[in-house]
Design a protein around this ligand. Sequence first.
Ligand SMILES: Nc1nc(=O)c2c([nH]1)NC[C@@H]1CN(c3ccc(C(=O)N[C@@H](CCC(=O)O)C(=O)O)cc3)C=[N+]21
Length: 297
Amino acid sequence: MTTVLDGDAVASDIRDSLTDNIDTLTTAGVTPGLATVLMSTDPSSETYVSMKQRDCEEVGINGIHVEIDADAPATELYETIEDLNDDPAVHGILVQLPVPEHVDERRVVRSIDPEKDVDGFHPENVGRLVGGESRFKPCTPHGVQKLLDAAGVDPDGKEVVIVGRSEIVGKPLANLLIQKAPGGNATVTVCHSHTEDLAAKTRTADIVVAAAGVPELIDGTMLREGATVIDVGVNSVDAETEKGYELVGDVDFESAKEKAGVITPVPGGVGPMTRAMLLYNTVKAASAQTGVDVELP
Ligand SMILES: Nc1nc(=O)c2c([nH]1)NC[C@@H]1CN(c3ccc(C(=O)N[C@@H](CCC(=O)O)C(=O)O)cc3)C=[N+]21
């Protein structure tokens, strides 16, 4: 029997535990604040940001939303970040990526105060993660780790094949999973667009993580019987839906499900976990910045 992991349910449990932490902070006079900055007209970016704001409201985080016209000069975004860095009510800052082409994305990431960088993308935080002393684990990799844990799949000693080498998922996830720490200790292979014979690699894996951004790249023929399959893909493809697009993963779910022991769906798998871990990092940031201790889930 194949288990289909319910990311919405696991994320909901994490939000419940965080609500207790947030109560502790609020009682001590600290309301955690998360600023989301959107400089884009992409409909899926708008959807994600509004979901993040709704999550904040649900758990009692003060969500501050800043919208910048996609045609505005880049300096407007840089100045917004400076203001948010200086605002003591803001404990976490997320600038929704991608930013428009005329904006320097690296500069954006570097200009966020590392202590407020709840995405974990600032080079200082990347360095800390690689060095085994992470401040904020990036939300999607952390969500994958929590989802595996909730499913009772321990990466310790397992062969993990990650398909995709992005700064946001592939690279940081590889780092988390090789760490000599609970939720780590895996043998990790990172595959990408230049990998020869991808299927030969994925067939060796106990755990396959698809994070290439290619719709339905991984199908059942590429999997070992009983493998755990984590689908990080959130590809918007044109469709005749209300929004004009639909969400498709990097895994061909139907054929993969025939082979997998455990599999995540899209939507309802990793996506909600990413959002839950953003709340987690915001609570962690508020606690670190104010010295009010909380016991994170
Ligand atoms: N600075 C920054 N940080 C990010 O973490 C970041 C980003 N930029 N840019 C875009 C990607 C993508 N991302 C998603 C988060 C949640 C869902 C999610 O919740 N998806 C739901 C459904 C979404 C729907 O219904 O459209 C699901 O999979 O069930 C998806 C995608 C965060 N990202």
